[in-house]
Design a protein around this ligand. Structure first.
Ligand code: DCP
Ligand code: MG
Length: 390
């Protein structure tokens, strides 16, 4: 047999935090298909399957070229039998029947719309679906008991399901910066989350707030929130207090995934630019029609175009001693974070959180004032934010 074109075998490490994963990659047809299955597994509360598909996706994202034949996958980690079957079908037929069926299923579509409501998780969405609700307007009509977050989620459904642009994130950065400076001169804000990884759009805007002098950040957030409210900039907010406690024995096991910083989940009321007079102004892209326009009957003043947009913003306050951990923990991606914690636990017998790194063997905390130091403590090569898009 004639050998085909010479195969270049790519090797990749097994943990996403050992790999460089750029934002732009060469296998979007495959990753988008597998992400549908990952999402569907999440809707079915099948955590194992959800993670398995996400790991497969992250391996494909890290490849330096497009996959053309199954042989290209030889030796790659995290590609389970199910993922391979889907990939094979797409390489041969251009699409996967399982993915198509999933996309068309009533349950998937309903769960997608319902979990798209801010404040609604998989459990609630699933209960509503079983009660016959399929979309936000059904929920609005049904007279369900809703908490404040869910009420806001319904009310601003269209805006909150329209991607936030980098330009909008920059406008919000300037607003937050101004308010924080007014409350506590010298405090610093840092844009984290997807935007720090180089994404041009996101579902929200994430900030860390800190002060170079330990302890000065205490009591800051309620004042920031109250000033934002006075200025009419908040449509919704829920502030929770810091509940992090460090003990000599290390973090409680299993360490909670959720961090314990003082934080504010909010919805900003962001003025839309009137006329783009200077190139520095945010582009009018912010004013494009929502992809879910058919639901506009909901709350957003039926058809009436508002001169503002609702945008989800998370404000997280960290003492400067925990800043590097908070930065690493809030930059994401979610899978990258998960893999960092798995690496720490399984390979290094350490516990990593957004607050600290604890060496379980030596029973001591490992301090760090930069992300680079944390990677070094973990015995990992440093991966910059723009290559953490696992
Ligand atoms: N994060 C986490 N666990 C949480 C909350 C957040 O690990 N419970 C981390 C990982 C995320 C980052 O914080 O990447 C920000 O959370 P987002 O949900 O905002 O995720 P992204 O900013 O990455 O995505 P998007 O662009 O959609 O906002
Ligand atoms: Mg985000």
């Amino acid at each position: 047999l004639e050998p085909g074109p010479k195969a270049v075998m790519i090797t990749l490490n097994g943990y996403a935090c050992q790999r460089r994963t750029p934002l732009q990659h060469h296998n979007t047809v495959l990753t988008e298909a597998l992400l549908v299955l990952a999402e569907n597994a999440e809707f079915c509360e099948d955590e194992g399957r959800n993670i398995a598909f996400k790991r497969a996706v992250s391996v494909l994202k890290a490849l330096p070229q497009a996959v053309r034949k199954m042989g290209d996958l030889q030796g790659l980690p995290c590609l389970g039998e199910h993922s391979q079957r889907v990939i094979k079908e797409i390489l041969e037929d251009g699409k996967s029947r399982e993915v198509e069926t999933t996309l068309q299923s009533e349950q998937y579509q309903a769960m997608k719309s319902l979990t798209g409501i801010f404040g609604v998780g998989v459990k609630t969405a699933d209960r509503w679906f079983r009660e016959g609700l399929q979309q936000p307007s059904d929920v609005a009509r049904s007279g369900q008991r809703l908490n404040h977050a869910q009420q806001a989620g319904l009310q601003y459904y269209n805006d909150l399901n329209t991607p936030v642009t980098k330009a909008e994130a920059d406008v919000i950065s300037r607003i937050v910066e101004g308010v924080v400076q007014e409350v506590l001169p010298g405090a610093e804000i840092t844009l984290t989350g997807g935007f720090r990884r180089g994404k041009q759009t996101g579902h929200d805007v994430d900030f860390l707030i800190s002060h170079p002098e330990e302890g000065r950040e205490e009591g800051l957030l309620p004042k920031v929130v109250s000033l934002l409210e006075t200025q009419g900039l908040l449509l919704y907010q829920k502030t929770t207090r810091n509940s992090y406690l460090e003990t000599k024995e290390g973090p409680a096991r299993p360490p909670s995934n959720m961090d314990r910083f003082e934080r504010c989940f909010s919805i900003f009321k962001l003025e839309r630019p009137r006329h783009s007079t200077s190139p520095e102004e945010p582009p009018q892209a912010a004013c494009e029609e929502s992809p879910r326009g058919e639901d506009s009957a909901l709350e957003q003043l039926a058809g009436e175009r508002q001169d503002w947009k609702a945008v989800r913003v998370d404000l997280v306050v960290t003492p400067v001693s925990q800043f590097a951990f908070a930065l690493l923990g809030w930059t994401g991606s979610q899978l990258f974070e998960r893999e960092l914690r798995r690496w720490a636990g399984q390979e290094k017998n350490m516990s990593l959180s957004s607050h600290a790194l604890f060496d379980n063997k030596r029973k001591q905390y490992l301090r760090a004032s930069s992300e680079e130091e944390i990677f070094a403590h973990l015995g990992l090569e440093y991966i910059p934010p723009c290559e953490r898009n696992a």
